[in-house]
Design a protein around this ligand. Structure first.
Ligand code: NAD
Length: 377
């Protein structure tokens, strides 16, 4: 039996006026999950389902609070009529997902009546979303249905995230160097995974030189062949300190810290990785070094835009006055450049860090509510 208990999370670190936090458990399946809805001013909350072996339920609550809040800010800056939410399931994703397990989680999502829409995250995948969809319509990140034509938006969000980062990099170049040309520019990419590799393709096509690092030898070998003549490999421990115009973190979070920031030579940091600043104060450290930093959740919102469009399309609930085609979705993602311009101007006018400027802009947007989002798109 699936039990639901509303939680008072106000004493937990990371609590920030969350609308609701619910604990779900089903002893028959060994399911323990938390769903946090941070803010739905702009629309239903959308955010992935993380499956992770948290050491304690308190750790799971702290994570779901932090992650759901982050989604409110990300969707606001992406100008999506969506709010911020997230789910965490406690357990090792390789061990706990026995038959019917994810459908039970889908039932939990369904109990919230559409206030929360789930999707993939660390520890969950497309087949989990298919199973969840048996229990609830409030799920995104599903593969195209047989009867969907080619014009429907769905599928892997990583190339869309990469396109958004590429558009954001052009905006950074324009601000820092008054020209957005990538020819003769050098970009150091940390991580040649799904996003980093797709980003390298966009940059190379525009004539950029690449320095890349990864632990995955196969990805590096593939890149060396594909980008022959314009690529150099660096070690993962030294990628941030390369002589480059742009440093693009596309691997893990917390890469911008007391040790790395003094060693960075690039005057622009713009990449896909989530939570790049080790601590909030590093926002100011970058500013003091005259490094233009594209706040991670502002530049990496291509993925949430892709998933959001897929959900609008699948649920036949198009908030826009135009059809939900891949082209329209990419045009929406390209507006990351305008958002970053706005953030850079705000930071410069107010003398604050770029991260702080992004936060204040996001707060202004989600306080204004959904109609501002739809008009802006
Ligand atoms: P991925 O797992 O496909 O790729 C990450 C790559 O980084 C891997 O190839 C890995 O070997 C490499 N890596 C790990 N540690 C490294 C290190 N210290 N130095 C160099 N390389 C290292 O992940 P992804 O989907 O490409 O996502 C990259 C980042 O962007 C993640 O932080 C992710 O949370 C964030 N992000 C991704 C999306 C998306 O649509 N995929 C959207 C928003 C944010």
């Amino acid at each position: 039996m699936l039990n639901a208990t509303k939680i008072d999370a106000s004493n937990h670190p990371g609590f920030d006026h969350h609308e609701q936090v619910v604990r779900f458990d089903d002893p028959d399946y060994g399911l323990v999950a938390y769903i946090a809805v941070h803010n739905t001013n702009c629309g239903p909350s959308l955010g992935g389902c993380r499956v992770y072996p948290y050491k304690s339920e308190d750790d799971a609550i702290i994570d779901v609070l932090r992650l759901s809040r982050g989604m409110t800010y990300k969707s606001a800056l992406a100008r999506l009529p969506l709010g911020g939410g997230k789910a965490v399931i406690i357990g090792d994703p390789r061990l706990i997902k026995r038959a019917g397990f994810m459908a039970r989680f889908g039932e939990a999502v369904n109990r919230l009546g559409g206030a929360y829409i789930t999707a993939e995250d660390v520890g969950s995948n497309e087949s989990d979303m298919i199973e969840i969809s048996r229990a609830t319509p409030y799920v995104a990140g599903l593969p195209p249905q047989d009867n969907e034509d080619q014009d429907h938006v769905s599928g892997n969000p990583s190339p869309v995230t990469a396109y958004g980062v590429y558009c954001g990099i052009k905006s950074c170049l324009k601000t820092q160097y008054q020209s957005d040309s990538l020819a003769a520019r050098t970009i150091a990419i940390q991580g040649m995974g799904a996003v980093g590799y797709a980003l390298a393709r966009y940059l190379a096509a525009d004539g950029a030189q690449l320095i890349v690092a990864d632990m995955n030898e196969e990805a590096l070998a593939r890149a060396e062949t594909e980008f022959a003549g314009r690529i150099r490999i660096a070690s993962p421990s030294e990628i941030h300190m390369q002589e480059a115009d742009i440093f693009a973190p596309c691997a893990l979070g917390a890469g911008l810290n007391d040790r790395t920031i003094p060693e960075i030579k690039a005057k622009i940091i713009a990449g896909a990785a989530n939570n790049q600043l080790a601590e909030a104060r590093h926002d100011q450290t970058l500013r003091a070094r005259d490094i233009l930093y594209a706040p991670d959740y502002a530049i990496n919102s291509g993925g949430i835009t892709s998933v959001g469009y897929e959900y609008f399309s699948r649920s036949r609930n198009n908030p826009y006055s135009y059809p939900l085609t891949p082209q329209k979705m990419m045009e929406h993602v390209a507006r990351i450049a305008e958002t970053l311009n706005h953030i850079f101007t705000l930071a410069q006018n107010k003398g604050i860090g770029y991260g702080e400027a992004a936060d204040s802009l996001a707060e202004e947007i989600f306080m204004a509510g959904a109609s501002s989002q739809i008009t802006a798109a």
